[in-house]
Design a protein around this ligand. Structure first.
Ligand SMILES: [Zn+2]
Length: 447
Protein backbone atom coordinates (compact mmCIF):
# COMPACT_ATOMS: atom_id res chain seq x y z
CA UNK A 1 0.00 0.00 0.00
CA UNK A 2 2.79 2.40 0.87
CA UNK A 3 4.61 2.25 -2.50
CA UNK A 4 1.36 2.68 -4.41
CA UNK A 5 0.55 5.69 -2.27
CA UNK A 6 3.97 7.19 -2.87
CA UNK A 7 3.61 6.76 -6.63
CA UNK A 8 0.17 8.36 -6.62
CA UNK A 9 1.53 11.34 -4.68
CA UNK A 10 4.42 11.69 -7.10
CA UNK A 11 2.10 11.64 -10.11
CA UNK A 12 -0.29 14.13 -8.53
CA UNK A 13 2.62 16.46 -7.79
CA UNK A 14 4.15 16.21 -11.27
CA UNK A 15 0.78 16.85 -12.88
CA UNK A 16 -0.01 19.85 -10.69
CA UNK A 17 3.48 21.24 -11.15
CA UNK A 18 3.09 21.24 -14.95
CA UNK A 19 -0.33 22.89 -14.94
CA UNK A 20 0.64 25.22 -12.10
CA UNK A 21 3.68 26.60 -13.88
CA UNK A 22 1.63 27.16 -17.03
CA UNK A 23 -1.12 28.93 -15.08
CA UNK A 24 1.22 31.24 -13.19
CA UNK A 25 3.18 32.19 -16.33
CA UNK A 26 0.03 33.00 -18.23
CA UNK A 27 -1.73 35.12 -15.65
CA UNK A 28 0.86 37.60 -14.41
CA UNK A 29 0.30 40.06 -17.25
CA UNK A 30 -3.33 41.08 -16.89
CA UNK A 31 -3.59 41.56 -13.14
CA UNK A 32 -4.46 45.24 -13.00
CA UNK A 33 -7.83 45.11 -14.76
CA UNK A 34 -9.05 42.56 -12.21
CA UNK A 35 -8.11 44.53 -9.16
CA UNK A 36 -10.31 47.11 -7.56
CA UNK A 37 -9.33 50.70 -8.44
CA UNK A 38 -6.61 51.98 -6.12
CA UNK A 39 -7.13 55.66 -6.68
CA UNK A 40 -10.64 56.26 -5.47
CA UNK A 41 -11.85 59.83 -5.26
CA UNK A 42 -14.47 60.86 -2.76
CA UNK A 43 -17.61 60.96 -4.90
CA UNK A 44 -19.70 64.16 -4.99
CA UNK A 45 -22.51 62.47 -3.01
CA UNK A 46 -20.02 61.71 -0.19
CA UNK A 47 -18.72 65.28 0.05
CA UNK A 48 -19.99 67.21 3.08
CA UNK A 49 -23.15 69.14 2.25
CA UNK A 50 -26.50 70.01 3.79
CA UNK A 51 -28.16 67.32 1.71
CA UNK A 52 -25.65 64.59 2.69
CA UNK A 53 -27.32 61.18 2.63
CA UNK A 54 -25.52 58.05 3.87
CA UNK A 55 -27.50 55.92 1.44
CA UNK A 56 -26.64 58.09 -1.60
CA UNK A 57 -22.98 58.31 -0.55
CA UNK A 58 -22.81 54.51 -0.22
CA UNK A 59 -24.32 54.00 -3.67
CA UNK A 60 -21.91 56.54 -5.16
CA UNK A 61 -18.94 54.67 -3.68
CA UNK A 62 -20.25 51.33 -4.96
CA UNK A 63 -20.74 52.87 -8.42
CA UNK A 64 -16.96 53.46 -8.60
CA UNK A 65 -16.37 49.72 -8.85
CA UNK A 66 -15.94 48.65 -12.49
CA UNK A 67 -18.54 46.06 -13.54
CA UNK A 68 -15.85 43.51 -14.47
CA UNK A 69 -14.16 43.76 -11.07
CA UNK A 70 -17.48 43.35 -9.33
CA UNK A 71 -18.53 40.32 -11.40
CA UNK A 72 -15.17 38.73 -10.70
CA UNK A 73 -15.39 39.34 -6.97
CA UNK A 74 -18.94 37.93 -6.82
CA UNK A 75 -17.90 34.84 -8.77
CA UNK A 76 -14.87 34.28 -6.55
CA UNK A 77 -16.77 34.65 -3.30
CA UNK A 78 -19.81 32.63 -4.41
CA UNK A 79 -17.50 29.86 -5.61
CA UNK A 80 -16.22 29.84 -2.04
CA UNK A 81 -19.70 28.83 -0.81
CA UNK A 82 -19.49 25.66 -2.89
CA UNK A 83 -15.98 24.99 -1.68
CA UNK A 84 -17.26 24.93 1.91
CA UNK A 85 -19.55 22.10 0.80
CA UNK A 86 -16.95 20.22 -1.30
CA UNK A 87 -14.35 20.48 1.48
CA UNK A 88 -16.89 19.08 3.91
CA UNK A 89 -17.96 16.21 1.66
CA UNK A 90 -14.42 15.22 0.70
CA UNK A 91 -13.30 15.22 4.34
CA UNK A 92 -16.28 13.06 5.37
CA UNK A 93 -15.59 10.57 2.56
CA UNK A 94 -11.85 10.36 3.33
CA UNK A 95 -12.32 9.80 7.09
CA UNK A 96 -15.09 7.30 6.52
CA UNK A 97 -13.06 5.41 3.90
CA UNK A 98 -10.06 5.15 6.24
CA UNK A 99 -12.31 3.43 8.78
CA UNK A 100 -14.43 1.37 6.41
CA UNK A 101 -11.53 0.00 4.33
CA UNK A 102 -9.64 -0.93 7.49
CA UNK A 103 -6.71 1.38 6.63
CA UNK A 104 -6.90 3.06 9.99
CA UNK A 105 -6.51 -0.24 11.85
CA UNK A 106 -3.70 -1.18 9.43
CA UNK A 107 -1.84 2.06 10.16
CA UNK A 108 -2.07 1.33 13.90
CA UNK A 109 -0.72 -2.21 13.37
CA UNK A 110 2.13 -0.77 11.32
CA UNK A 111 2.98 1.67 14.14
CA UNK A 112 2.90 -1.22 16.66
CA UNK A 113 5.21 -3.15 14.40
CA UNK A 114 7.78 -0.32 14.47
CA UNK A 115 7.96 0.28 18.23
CA UNK A 116 6.71 -1.05 21.53
CA UNK A 117 6.50 2.34 23.23
CA UNK A 118 2.82 3.30 23.32
CA UNK A 119 3.32 7.06 23.09
CA UNK A 120 5.56 6.59 20.05
CA UNK A 121 3.06 4.20 18.47
CA UNK A 122 0.39 6.86 18.82
CA UNK A 123 2.65 9.51 17.35
CA UNK A 124 3.60 7.26 14.40
CA UNK A 125 -0.07 6.59 13.76
CA UNK A 126 -0.69 10.35 13.74
CA UNK A 127 2.11 10.86 11.21
CA UNK A 128 0.61 8.30 8.83
CA UNK A 129 -2.87 9.76 9.30
CA UNK A 130 -1.66 13.29 8.48
CA UNK A 131 0.27 12.10 5.42
CA UNK A 132 -2.54 10.02 3.97
CA UNK A 133 -5.21 12.70 4.48
CA UNK A 134 -2.82 15.28 2.98
CA UNK A 135 -2.43 13.13 -0.14
CA UNK A 136 -6.11 12.22 -0.49
CA UNK A 137 -7.34 15.81 -0.14
CA UNK A 138 -4.45 17.28 -2.15
CA UNK A 139 -6.25 17.73 -5.50
CA UNK A 140 -8.94 19.89 -3.87
CA UNK A 141 -6.37 21.75 -1.73
CA UNK A 142 -4.33 22.55 -4.86
CA UNK A 143 -7.39 23.72 -6.78
CA UNK A 144 -8.60 25.85 -3.90
CA UNK A 145 -5.32 27.27 -2.67
CA UNK A 146 -3.35 27.54 -5.90
CA UNK A 147 -5.13 27.21 -9.27
CA UNK A 148 -8.24 29.09 -8.27
CA UNK A 149 -6.22 31.90 -6.66
CA UNK A 150 -4.30 32.32 -9.91
CA UNK A 151 -7.48 32.22 -11.93
CA UNK A 152 -8.84 35.20 -9.98
CA UNK A 153 -5.57 37.12 -10.00
CA UNK A 154 -5.04 36.81 -6.23
CA UNK A 155 -1.93 34.60 -6.24
CA UNK A 156 1.72 35.61 -6.59
CA UNK A 157 3.53 32.32 -5.86
CA UNK A 158 4.99 29.75 -8.21
CA UNK A 159 3.74 26.23 -7.68
CA UNK A 160 7.05 25.22 -6.12
CA UNK A 161 6.91 28.00 -3.54
CA UNK A 162 3.25 27.26 -2.78
CA UNK A 163 4.06 23.59 -2.36
CA UNK A 164 6.89 24.52 0.00
CA UNK A 165 4.38 26.36 2.21
CA UNK A 166 2.07 23.34 2.14
CA UNK A 167 4.89 21.03 3.25
CA UNK A 168 5.79 23.40 6.10
CA UNK A 169 2.14 23.50 7.15
CA UNK A 170 1.99 19.72 7.10
CA UNK A 171 5.15 19.50 9.20
CA UNK A 172 3.69 21.89 11.80
CA UNK A 173 0.44 19.89 11.87
CA UNK A 174 2.40 16.66 12.38
CA UNK A 175 4.44 18.06 15.29
CA UNK A 176 1.91 20.28 17.13
CA UNK A 177 -1.14 18.15 16.27
CA UNK A 178 0.83 15.02 17.19
CA UNK A 179 1.55 16.37 20.68
CA UNK A 180 -2.16 17.12 21.20
CA UNK A 181 -3.23 13.72 19.85
CA UNK A 182 -0.76 11.83 22.06
CA UNK A 183 -1.77 13.79 25.18
CA UNK A 184 -5.50 13.32 24.50
CA UNK A 185 -5.08 9.56 23.97
CA UNK A 186 -3.19 9.33 27.29
CA UNK A 187 -5.95 11.29 29.04
CA UNK A 188 -8.48 8.84 27.61
CA UNK A 189 -6.47 6.01 29.13
CA UNK A 190 -5.94 7.54 32.60
CA UNK A 191 -9.39 9.09 33.02
CA UNK A 192 -11.79 6.78 31.17
CA UNK A 193 -14.92 8.36 32.69
CA UNK A 194 -14.08 12.07 32.62
CA UNK A 195 -11.78 12.30 29.57
CA UNK A 196 -14.24 14.52 27.70
CA UNK A 197 -14.04 17.22 30.41
CA UNK A 198 -10.23 17.12 30.67
CA UNK A 199 -9.98 16.79 26.91
CA UNK A 200 -11.88 20.07 26.43
CA UNK A 201 -9.68 21.86 28.98
CA UNK A 202 -6.43 20.51 27.53
CA UNK A 203 -7.50 21.26 23.94
CA UNK A 204 -8.37 24.86 24.84
CA UNK A 205 -5.03 25.25 26.65
CA UNK A 206 -3.20 24.05 23.55
CA UNK A 207 -5.18 26.52 21.44
CA UNK A 208 -4.05 29.37 23.71
CA UNK A 209 -0.42 28.25 23.38
CA UNK A 210 -0.81 28.04 19.58
CA UNK A 211 -2.28 31.57 19.40
CA UNK A 212 0.53 32.81 21.65
CA UNK A 213 3.39 31.34 19.63
CA UNK A 214 1.83 31.97 16.19
CA UNK A 215 3.13 35.51 15.50
CA UNK A 216 6.56 34.81 16.99
CA UNK A 217 7.36 31.26 15.85
CA UNK A 218 4.86 30.14 13.20
CA UNK A 219 4.27 33.17 10.95
CA UNK A 220 8.05 33.74 10.43
CA UNK A 221 8.27 30.23 8.94
CA UNK A 222 6.15 31.45 6.03
CA UNK A 223 6.77 35.20 5.82
CA UNK A 224 9.22 37.87 6.79
CA UNK A 225 7.95 40.01 9.66
CA UNK A 226 9.66 43.35 10.23
CA UNK A 227 9.14 46.39 12.42
CA UNK A 228 7.71 49.22 10.38
CA UNK A 229 10.02 52.22 10.56
CA UNK A 230 8.61 54.77 8.11
CA UNK A 231 7.53 57.62 10.44
CA UNK A 232 5.09 58.90 7.80
CA UNK A 233 3.11 55.69 8.30
CA UNK A 234 3.88 54.89 11.93
CA UNK A 235 3.51 58.35 13.46
CA UNK A 236 -0.28 58.75 12.89
CA UNK A 237 -0.78 55.11 13.90
CA UNK A 238 1.18 55.37 17.14
CA UNK A 239 -0.53 58.66 17.89
CA UNK A 240 -3.92 57.00 17.45
CA UNK A 241 -2.75 54.16 19.71
CA UNK A 242 -1.66 56.62 22.39
CA UNK A 243 -4.95 58.53 22.20
CA UNK A 244 -6.81 55.26 22.80
CA UNK A 245 -4.68 54.01 25.68
CA UNK A 246 -2.86 51.29 23.73
CA UNK A 247 0.72 50.81 25.01
CA UNK A 248 2.13 50.18 21.53
CA UNK A 249 5.66 51.11 20.47
CA UNK A 250 5.84 49.12 17.28
CA UNK A 251 3.75 48.29 14.28
CA UNK A 252 4.72 45.19 12.34
CA UNK A 253 4.77 44.59 8.62
CA UNK A 254 4.47 41.20 6.93
CA UNK A 255 5.43 40.51 3.31
CA UNK A 256 2.10 38.92 2.38
CA UNK A 257 2.79 39.82 -1.26
CA UNK A 258 4.97 36.71 -1.27
CA UNK A 259 1.74 34.66 -1.45
CA UNK A 260 -1.11 36.97 -2.41
CA UNK A 261 -2.29 40.32 -3.75
CA UNK A 262 -4.87 40.66 -0.93
CA UNK A 263 -4.67 43.69 1.31
CA UNK A 264 -5.12 43.02 5.01
CA UNK A 265 -4.01 43.61 8.57
CA UNK A 266 -4.57 41.76 11.80
CA UNK A 267 -4.15 41.51 15.53
CA UNK A 268 -2.47 38.29 16.59
CA UNK A 269 -0.90 36.71 19.64
CA UNK A 270 -2.00 36.31 23.24
CA UNK A 271 -0.85 38.28 26.28
CA UNK A 272 2.71 39.45 25.77
CA UNK A 273 2.95 38.36 22.14
CA UNK A 274 -0.13 40.37 21.08
CA UNK A 275 0.59 42.76 18.22
CA UNK A 276 -0.87 44.58 15.25
CA UNK A 277 0.50 43.65 11.83
CA UNK A 278 -0.13 45.34 8.48
CA UNK A 279 0.57 43.55 5.25
CA UNK A 280 2.74 45.08 2.55
CA UNK A 281 -0.09 45.07 -0.03
CA UNK A 282 -2.04 47.46 2.19
CA UNK A 283 1.03 49.66 2.67
CA UNK A 284 1.77 49.71 -1.05
CA UNK A 285 -1.72 50.20 -2.46
CA UNK A 286 -3.63 51.89 0.33
CA UNK A 287 -3.86 55.66 0.81
CA UNK A 288 -2.72 57.21 4.11
CA UNK A 289 -6.38 57.69 5.15
CA UNK A 290 -7.15 54.09 4.26
CA UNK A 291 -4.23 52.73 6.27
CA UNK A 292 -5.27 54.79 9.30
CA UNK A 293 -8.87 53.59 9.07
CA UNK A 294 -7.71 49.97 8.90
CA UNK A 295 -5.37 50.47 11.86
CA UNK A 296 -8.24 52.01 13.82
CA UNK A 297 -10.21 48.83 13.10
CA UNK A 298 -7.35 46.61 14.28
CA UNK A 299 -6.98 48.69 17.45
CA UNK A 300 -10.68 48.03 18.00
CA UNK A 301 -9.96 44.29 18.11
CA UNK A 302 -7.24 44.99 20.63
CA UNK A 303 -9.11 47.40 22.92
CA UNK A 304 -12.32 45.34 22.84
CA UNK A 305 -10.34 42.19 23.85
CA UNK A 306 -11.54 40.18 20.87
CA UNK A 307 -8.81 37.56 21.10
CA UNK A 308 -9.79 36.78 24.72
CA UNK A 309 -13.46 36.67 23.74
CA UNK A 310 -12.60 34.34 20.85
CA UNK A 311 -10.81 32.01 23.24
CA UNK A 312 -13.84 31.99 25.54
CA UNK A 313 -16.10 31.26 22.57
CA UNK A 314 -13.77 28.46 21.42
CA UNK A 315 -13.78 27.00 24.93
CA UNK A 316 -17.59 26.82 24.98
CA UNK A 317 -17.60 25.28 21.49
CA UNK A 318 -14.90 22.78 22.53
CA UNK A 319 -16.86 21.70 25.63
CA UNK A 320 -19.97 21.11 23.52
CA UNK A 321 -17.88 19.27 20.93
CA UNK A 322 -16.31 16.92 23.50
CA UNK A 323 -19.74 16.11 24.97
CA UNK A 324 -20.94 15.25 21.46
CA UNK A 325 -17.73 13.33 20.79
CA UNK A 326 -18.17 11.17 23.87
CA UNK A 327 -21.66 10.23 22.74
CA UNK A 328 -20.68 9.86 19.07
CA UNK A 329 -17.73 7.57 19.77
CA UNK A 330 -19.73 5.34 22.09
CA UNK A 331 -22.55 5.01 19.56
CA UNK A 332 -20.34 4.46 16.51
CA UNK A 333 -17.87 2.07 18.12
CA UNK A 334 -20.70 -0.07 19.53
CA UNK A 335 -22.12 -0.39 16.03
CA UNK A 336 -19.11 -0.52 13.71
CA UNK A 337 -16.03 -0.73 15.96
CA UNK A 338 -15.49 -4.45 15.31
CA UNK A 339 -15.97 -4.09 11.58
CA UNK A 340 -13.47 -1.21 11.41
CA UNK A 341 -10.96 -2.93 13.69
CA UNK A 342 -11.03 0.03 16.10
CA UNK A 343 -10.56 -1.26 19.65
CA UNK A 344 -11.91 1.66 21.66
CA UNK A 345 -11.55 5.35 22.43
CA UNK A 346 -7.86 5.00 23.39
CA UNK A 347 -6.91 3.15 20.19
CA UNK A 348 -5.23 5.70 17.85
CA UNK A 349 -7.15 4.07 14.97
CA UNK A 350 -10.19 5.95 16.33
CA UNK A 351 -8.72 9.28 15.12
CA UNK A 352 -10.48 9.33 11.69
CA UNK A 353 -13.78 8.89 13.55
CA UNK A 354 -12.93 11.84 15.83
CA UNK A 355 -12.17 13.94 12.75
CA UNK A 356 -15.36 12.74 11.05
CA UNK A 357 -17.48 13.88 14.00
CA UNK A 358 -15.52 17.18 14.23
CA UNK A 359 -16.01 17.85 10.52
CA UNK A 360 -19.78 17.40 10.75
CA UNK A 361 -19.96 19.47 13.96
CA UNK A 362 -18.00 22.44 12.60
CA UNK A 363 -19.81 22.32 9.26
CA UNK A 364 -23.17 22.65 11.03
CA UNK A 365 -21.69 25.37 13.24
CA UNK A 366 -20.56 27.51 10.25
CA UNK A 367 -23.31 30.19 10.56
CA UNK A 368 -22.73 30.44 14.33
CA UNK A 369 -18.96 30.86 14.08
CA UNK A 370 -19.35 33.28 11.15
CA UNK A 371 -21.79 35.36 13.16
CA UNK A 372 -19.46 35.39 16.15
CA UNK A 373 -16.56 36.77 14.08
CA UNK A 374 -18.75 39.07 11.96
CA UNK A 375 -20.16 40.67 15.12
CA UNK A 376 -16.67 41.37 16.42
CA UNK A 377 -15.65 42.76 13.03
CA UNK A 378 -18.61 45.16 13.07
CA UNK A 379 -17.61 46.28 16.60
CA UNK A 380 -14.03 46.86 15.43
CA UNK A 381 -15.38 48.85 12.44
CA UNK A 382 -17.25 51.19 14.79
CA UNK A 383 -14.25 51.59 17.06
CA UNK A 384 -12.03 52.22 14.03
CA UNK A 385 -14.28 54.98 12.68
CA UNK A 386 -14.33 56.73 16.04
CA UNK A 387 -10.58 56.37 16.55
CA UNK A 388 -9.35 57.24 13.03
CA UNK A 389 -12.15 59.58 11.89
CA UNK A 390 -11.50 58.39 8.34
CA UNK A 391 -14.88 57.25 6.97
CA UNK A 392 -13.76 57.81 3.37
CA UNK A 393 -10.52 55.94 3.98
CA UNK A 394 -12.59 53.11 5.38
CA UNK A 395 -14.89 53.14 2.34
CA UNK A 396 -11.80 52.82 0.13
CA UNK A 397 -10.54 49.93 2.23
CA UNK A 398 -13.92 48.18 1.93
CA UNK A 399 -13.69 48.50 -1.86
CA UNK A 400 -10.15 47.12 -1.90
CA UNK A 401 -11.19 44.17 0.28
CA UNK A 402 -13.99 43.65 -2.26
CA UNK A 403 -11.35 42.04 -4.49
CA UNK A 404 -11.95 38.85 -2.56
CA UNK A 405 -15.27 39.46 -0.82
CA UNK A 406 -18.68 40.00 -2.41
CA UNK A 407 -19.74 43.63 -1.94
CA UNK A 408 -23.56 43.46 -1.83
CA UNK A 409 -24.94 40.09 -0.66
CA UNK A 410 -28.49 39.42 0.51
CA UNK A 411 -29.04 39.73 4.26
CA UNK A 412 -29.54 35.98 4.89
CA UNK A 413 -26.52 35.22 2.70
CA UNK A 414 -24.44 37.64 4.79
CA UNK A 415 -25.72 36.20 8.05
CA UNK A 416 -24.87 32.59 7.16
CA UNK A 417 -21.78 32.88 5.00
CA UNK A 418 -19.90 36.10 5.85
CA UNK A 419 -17.25 36.18 8.57
CA UNK A 420 -16.86 39.97 8.01
CA UNK A 421 -19.55 42.55 7.29
CA UNK A 422 -20.13 42.94 3.54
CA UNK A 423 -18.48 45.83 1.73
CA UNK A 424 -21.80 47.59 1.23
CA UNK A 425 -22.61 47.45 4.95
CA UNK A 426 -19.16 48.68 5.88
CA UNK A 427 -19.38 51.65 3.51
CA UNK A 428 -22.91 52.43 4.67
CA UNK A 429 -21.88 52.45 8.34
CA UNK A 430 -18.89 54.65 7.51
CA UNK A 431 -21.15 57.09 5.66
CA UNK A 432 -23.69 57.03 8.50
CA UNK A 433 -20.84 57.95 10.84
CA UNK A 434 -19.78 60.72 8.47
CA UNK A 435 -23.35 62.05 8.28
CA UNK A 436 -23.31 62.57 12.06
CA UNK A 437 -19.83 64.14 12.03
CA UNK A 438 -20.00 66.38 8.99
CA UNK A 439 -18.49 69.31 10.91
CA UNK A 440 -15.13 67.45 10.87
CA UNK A 441 -15.05 67.63 7.09
CA UNK A 442 -16.05 71.23 6.38
CA UNK A 443 -12.85 73.24 5.90
CA UNK A 444 -14.67 76.60 6.21
CA UNK A 445 -15.58 75.91 9.82
CA UNK A 446 -12.06 74.98 10.90
CA UNK A 447 -10.17 77.75 12.76
ZN1 LIG B 1 -11.02 42.74 11.78
Amino acid sequence: MNTRLGLALLFALAFCFAIGSAASAQQTTSLSDRQMPSVITIPAEAQPSDSFSAEAATNAYLAQIPAAARARSDAYFEGGYWLILWDFLLAVIVYWALLRLGWSARMRRFAEHLTRVRVLQNFLYWMQFMLITFVLTFPLTAYEGFFREWKYGLATQTFGAWMGDQIKGLFIAIILGGIVAVVLLEIGRWLPNTWHIWGAIVTTSFMIVAIMIAPVFLLPLFNKVTRLDDPKVTQPILSMAKANGIPAHDVFEVDASRQTTRMSANVSGFGKTMRITLNDNLLRRGSAEEIQSVMGHEMGHYVLHHIYKDVLFLFVVTVVFFALLRWGLRYSLARWGMKWGVQGTTDPAVIPLVFLIATIFFFVLTPVSNTQTRTEEAEADMFGLNASRQPDGFAQAAIHLGEYRKMSPGSVEEWILFDHPSGRNRIYRAMRWKAENLQLFQPSQKP
